[in-house]
Design a protein around this ligand. Structure first.
Ligand code: MTE
Length: 323
């Protein structure tokens, strides 16, 4: 028997009843299908955008996705490029390691703690976030400090929406993000490549900028492990290392927080890390970039081409200084 497009409500999760299990155990299917119907009805009442996740032919798809005017009209890279050439040191140093080791990462269930200088701290399940908030497709350019770039069709929730719901206090000036710390699931954390867990930060106005996205999916599906499942940051006008993966904590703080790469090598990586063709990294000229999947080199754009939305945040700042 082949079951297609089975929707799951908030109590029964897709990872509890995969298509494979449905094949294997008809009795369990009959039992769970009944529960799904009830849970689906309850979740529709509780959430305005219920039943956002569905399993179809082994893929876990996201539904109810709105297109965004912030998307680039450049053609996205192929799924294979985006998921086989990754930087995710917790899953290995070679570009192909994260895909190889992604299976070690258990991404459901997964909670994110939102705390610090907020009136409404919470610990929230990622699938609740997916059901609670409007999902948007954002096709963004991602520019790595290593001078390569890709175009990725993310699916996510604008970070500003979550921040407003958390009600930061007037003392909150920065947002600090933390990746999961679990060497069992993340073999790279058994090495001293970086100080673990990986941490990143944004100034409050950067975090509130409409371009800043918490991605939960790509190509219409949930994120694969190597891409930072189940939830990661995407800040398209900054070098890719700011886009922290597999987030477990979002804290609101009063001082500029430490960030992994600037702590590891402060002369090479800054807190701001805005894409800038005029400020070279000691190892990589930033004048040009290699677009993965295309031949030749292309000129780098200031703020990765997103200046009209973000340049105002840095007026009066010496962009060379704030590498
Ligand atoms: N997040 C964590 N937790 N660990 C990492 O090693 N690498 C960063 C960023 N986020 C990294 C991370 C870097 S250097 C880049 S370029 C992007 O993820 C790459 O994202 P991608 O692999 O989805 O293209």
């Amino acid at each position: 028997m082949h079951i297609k497009n089975k929707d799951f409500g908030s109590d029964i999760k897709w990872y509890d009843i995969t298509n494979k299990e449905l094949y294997m155990n008809r009795r369990r299917f009959i039992k769970t299908a009944g529960k799904v119907a009830v849970a689906g009805a309850v979740s529709l009442l509780a959430f305005p955008f219920a039943n956002r996740i569905s399993a179809d032919d082994g893929k876990v798809k996201l539904r109810g996705i709105k297109k965004s005017p912030f998307s680039t009209d450049e053609a996205p890279n192929k799924y294979k490029d985006v998921t086989s050439y990754n930087n995710f040191y917790e899953l290995g140093l070679d570009k192909r390691d994260p895909a190889r080791n992604a299976g070690l990462l258990k991404t459901r269930p997964w909670t994110v703690t939102i705390d610090g200088l907020v009136n409404r701290p919470s610990v929230v399940d990622v699938d609740r976030l997916i059901q609670r908030y409007q999902l948007e497709e954002r096709i963004y350019r991602l520019r790595c400090v290593e001078a390569w770039s890709m175009v990725i069709p993310w699916v996510g929730i604008p970070l500003a929406v979550l921040i407003k719901d958390a009600e930061p206090t007037s003392q909150a000036k920065y947002v600090h993000f933390t990746t999961l710390n679990d060497p069992e699931q993340m073999p790279g954390q058994r090495t001293g490549a970086l100080k673990w867990p990986f941490v990143e930060g944004l100034r409050m106005d950067e975090a509130m900028n409409p371009l800043t996205l918490l991605a939960v999916g790509m190509f219409g599906e949930i994120l694969p492990g190597q891409s930072g499942a189940p939830i990661r940051l995407v800040v398209p006008w900054k070098y890719g290392f700011k886009s922290i993966k597999s987030i477990v904590r979002i804290s609101f703080v009063s001082e500029q927080p430490p960030t992994s790469w600037s702590s590891a090598a402060s002369r090479e990586y800054g807190f701001y890390a805005n894409v800038n063709p005029d400020v070279n990294h000691p190892r990589w000229s930033q004048k040009t970039e290699q677009k993965i999947g295309k031949l030749g080199r292309f000129s780098t754009a200031l703020f990765n081409g997103y200046g009209e939305h973000v340049a105002h945040m840095y007026s009066g700042m010496d962009l060379r200084k704030y590498y």
